[in-house]
Ligand binder design. Sequence first.
Ligand SMILES: [Zn+2]
Length: 152
Amino acid sequence: MPGVLHRADRGRRRLMRRVPLPAAVAAQITAHARSQPEREVCGLVSALDTGDLQVHAVENVAAQPDVRFEMDPRQQIHALQQMREQGRRLFAIYHSHPRGPDTPSALDRELAAYPEALYLIIAPDAGGVWRLHGYFLDTHGKAEAVELATAE
Ligand SMILES: [Zn+2]
């Protein structure tokens, strides 16, 4: 798994890039994942230059939604159109891994097409608490883990 940080590498954490994520946004994504724990949920997060973020939930239309996600194309286009009209940019793409892992899958890395966007993966930890994890995925299948600085 090239590029993905494993548990043994957590000691390098202080070298990770920090990305601020408002607590309200983290809470919205967590609520979305918890509402459908049997399937992967997905969506987009847009940003204004002022730093204001907005969550756009998109339906997962994958044939095997428990292990895959595929955004409903119409809803995705609608969300992107709405962002353009409101002068928003794509800030993040999120989806859940109800059965883990908390890292991007090989398919996630293969299909990544937005190197500027933050990829958020939400998965339950060993105690069953949903946790958000952030990555930047380049278009060559490489993932960079980042530290999410969740603040009010
Ligand atoms: Zn995934």
